[in-house]
Design a protein around this ligand. Structure first.
Ligand code: NOJ
Length: 586
């Protein structure tokens, strides 16, 4: 069924046969688009590159990625062809959860650099037409945040404790947690404190690690503080915020038990109505900055991207109403198996739910919490589930990489925004053999080793063949990379791929460039095309077609179209299994 108005039909003629099309064979004349006053806002179609700062590039040689490392690589990011950079948290943090435990929301952790460097980076990115999105972590703070330290010091029933969730325990001596909520990282979501006089005291809520106490969003000071934090970064020119756990800030009044039903979806700690009021207030603040100059760049809309994990598209879409968040990550797509019918369903569902509220769809394959999709697509079960996400079977990464290349072109061809997680463009696989004693992700310890954690997708990037850190750190670095890099990653490094026309890097560069020239400004619609069983094929408004073959057999290409780009070689004019091709009617 078409989604939106049908595009133009293909002109007659034969597509070229028996020719291999890889990224380098593309010789396109750039299409100059007229500057239109009705052009959609930048965030509706942006390609956003996710920077996990600690693992991107190390500028000062301590084995940890930092702002200096990013500043050196801005030309790389510009040449890749993305429109914006999303930085995982860069704030002062004890790093109990990779920076998602923030001790000071208005300063940069010394591991990463200084506030002045962040300001400079924002300017330099803007000068290269790259927008900057920072991660905001409003659901919880660090246990080292001054508010939490004050709450502990102030004693039972003190006003300082009201900015968090301190409650007496249940049981005769308060020895049981106040309710039955479980932490997303495993174990109870409550920790009991010891008061200054040595007696067991109240319990506090932490939906993640104990070092991440949940903030009480019913408290006016919490609201006022985050509005002030938003303004702090907006004044410094950031173009947007990625909202951590966006569905979780408000809790159901009274904090009732979840109960025993394992299939319950109406959880008292997520998607509570009050959360929407928060985003309506925030939207007014961001809109107020749309016309103010951004250091290093022209004025432009400032936006919110929600991390929203919810069971139904209807619940999800409510966050994207016109006076709330601008967009959100499409985790349904990320979780979907490599299966034509499943992908078509998810794409249809995504377009329908976003159309309801006028929001642009987004497409994402991997991030810093999930299994890298090269590995996922090489497994027997190619879907992803946050519940048992890292317990997959062995992976055929040659197959996974082939599919990942096809998936990259699929996501770049779809209407809306797209996310690229650092290393996707190098075809990196999950690192599954990090020695136990080097694992740093708290989910490993919290699950008593059942879950090996998320470090496998956070391994420092390979930039060259340099033996000590694959170019991640400068020469003469005082320490090695904070997580070990696989030896065979030198062949996957930027330097190794740079000159290789068949590399993932070349594919991403060509795909992003063509997307920018031909697709980015089209209406946010597509029309399905029947390219045979086991295929996902659609047409965009300008006669562009994308065909992905997920079946085991080669399929014929639609007639009369010219090949623009393919994720792998065509075979006698046929599209082989696990390959994607872009075609144009001209
Ligand atoms: C979601 C983030 O993506 C993840 O990395 C983090 O551990 C949790 N939220 C808690 O902040």
């Amino acid at each position: 069924m078409p989604c939106g108005p049908p595009g133009p039909s293909a002109p007659p003629g034969e597509h070229r046969r028996s020719r291999h099309y890889l990224s380098t064979t593309v010789k396109e004349t750039p299409v100059t688009l007229p500057a239109s006053p009705t052009a959609p806002a930048w965030w509706r179609h942006a390609a956003i590159y996710q920077i996990y700062l600690r693992s991107f590039a190390d500028g000062n040689g301590d084995g940890m990625g930092d702002l200096a490392g990013v500043r050196e690589r801005i030309p790389y990011l510009r040449d890749l062809g993305v429109d914006a950079l999303w930085f995982n948290p860069w704030y002062v943090s004890p790093m109990a959860d990779g920076g998602y435990d923030v001790a000071d929301y208005r300063d940069i952790d010394p591991m990463f650099g200084t506030l002045a460097e962040a300001e400079q980076l924002i300017v330099e990115a803007h000068e290269q037409d790259l927008r900057v999105i920072v991660d905001l972590v409003p659901n919880h703070a660090s246990d080292q945040h001054p508010w939490f330290r004050a709450a502990l010091a102030a004693g039972p029933d003190a006003a300082e404790r009201e900015r968090f969730w301190f409650l007496p325990g249940r049981g005769a001596d308060g020895e049981l947690p106040p309710n039955d909520w479980q932490s997303y990282f495993g174990g109870a979501a409550w920790t009991r404190i010891t008061e200054a006089d040595g007696t067991p005291g109240a319990w506090y809520l932490h939906m993640f690690a104990p070092e991440q106490p949940d903030l009480n969003w019913e408290h006016p000071q919490v609201r006022a503080e985050f509005e002030s934090i938003l303004r702090f970064w907006l004044e410094r020119g950031v173009d947007g915020f990625r909202i951590d756990v966006a569905h979780g800030l408000a809790k159901k009044p009274g904090l009732p038990d979840v109960g025993r039903d394992p299939d319950v979806t109406d959880l008292p700690y997520q998607d509570c109505d009050a959360v929407h009021e928060i985003y309506r207030d925030w939207r007014k603040i961001a809109d107020g900055y749309a016309r103010s100059p951004r250091p290093g760049g022209a004025p432009g809309e400032r936006v919110f991207v929600g991390e929203v994990w919810l069971p139904t598209p209807e619940q999800f879409a409510r966050y994207l109403r016109p006076d709330e968040l601008h967009s959100a990550f499409n985790f349904e797509f990320l979780c979907c198996a490599w299966d034509a019918a499943g992908l078509r369903d998810v794409i249809d569902g995504t377009l329908a739910s976003h159309r309801l509220v006028g929001a642009p769809p987004t497409w994402v394959l991997s991030n810093h919490d999930t299994i890298r999709h090269v590995t996922r697509y090489g497994r027997e079960d190619t879907s992803f589930d946050m519940g048992d996400k890292r317990l997959g079977s062995p992976s055929d990464t040659v197959l996974g990489r082939r599919r990942a290349r096809a998936a990259a072109l699929l996501t770049l061809a779809l209407p809306g925004g797209v996310y690229v997680y650092q290393g996707d463009e190098l075809g990196l696989a999950e690192v599954e053999d990090i020695p136990d004693h080097l694992i740093q992700d708290p989910t490993y310890a919290r699950s008593e080793g059942r879950d090996r954690g998320r470090d496998g997708c956070r391994v420092p990037l390979p930039w060259s063949a340099e033996p000590r850190s694959l170019g991640f750190s400068p020469d003469g670095a005082s320490a090695g990379p904070w997580l070990p890099q696989p030896a065979d990653w030198s062949g996957r490094s930027v330097a190794a791929q740079q000159g290789d026309p068949h590399s993932e890097l070349a594919l991403y560069r060509a795909g992003l460039a063509l997307r920018g020239e031909r697709l980015q400004w089209l209406p946010e619609t597509l029309e399905w095309v029947d390219a045979g069983p086991g295929t996902v094929a659609f047409r965009r408004d300008n006669g562009f077609q994308c065909v992905v073959n997920l079946s085991a057999e080669p399929v014929a290409l639609p007639a009369g179209l010219r090949v623009l780009l393919a994720s792998g070689p065509l075979e006698d004019g046929l599209l082989p299994s696990d390959t994607c091709v872009w075609l144009i009617a001209e």
